[in-house]
Design a protein around this ligand. Sequence first.
Ligand SMILES: [Zn+2]
Length: 334
Amino acid sequence: MATSNASPELPTLRTFRPGGTTTIYAYYDGRTCPWQSSNWYDETLALGVASYSIIDGNTALLFDAGLTPAHGAHMLAHVRSLGADSVTTVYSHFHADHIAGASALRETKIVAHKGTYERLKKDAENLRNPGEGEGPSIDVVLPTETYEMTLSIQVGSITVELHNFHIHTADSTLLFIPESGLVFAGDMLEDTVTYLSDAEDLEKHIQELGRMAQLPIKKILPAHGCPDRIRAGGFDKSLIDTTVRYLTALSEPVEKPAAWEKTLEEVMKDDLAAGKLVYCQAYEGVHHENIESIKEIREENSAIDTTKSWDKQPDICNLSSYYTGQTINDRRES
Ligand SMILES: [Zn+2]
């Protein structure tokens, strides 16, 4: 397994090839400090974050742009050192920790979902001039090519497919490699659990996880997950099931779901014991924020319509029937 040390500028960056792969590298930083709910940069370092590359011959694809321009520059220099002179970058979605490194990748072709382009264009000025304590300024680089449903890209002899799913955010891109069954999942699947970005779309997220499960997936490489598991080759397809179980527990259609009173470690104890997930204490902070997001949405919905309350909202538990894969249609809006 090839490993190289990071530059002095990036002391905690680990570059390695996930087990079982010959053409893929992971660039992993973080999970080296405790959680503090402050800004996207500190939170991401606490959770740990990976970008990836696929290299074949003189062609390379970078999946996500890295946490900072120094990360982006490291990735580009790495694939160039291995002989790649034609490089494409793919953004998994518009969130800052996935696009912040792109100012070092201007010479690459940058591909993203149409929704990612639109959101970045709208947010560019705010990202360039963040408020105090909001994290580093970002020099946004807009995608040079967009897609809406799916897109195939050739990386040397390797065909990769980009698929849009409305999970985590509406613009999420999953990269699927049919010949190996490997996926790069961005933030749609995380270990220890998903970060509920748009709680109002929870029903959609669960439906779309069912659609994702129909792909012949063998291994999953998430953007945020245990570095040792990624180094060992990634997560099993069961990471989709654990995500559905977590979201279902959090949105149980009762006034106060039992999961709201439990730690993340307690909620996911069976999946942790089975080794499907790896416990990361920083995710207790994510769990807390997820609960708060769901509470907020329920309160908003009740305020909009006083006839609505938690017991009138969609029965998320019953949505697990979607997850059998029998009735899932392509429900994309675009
Ligand atoms: Zn995200």
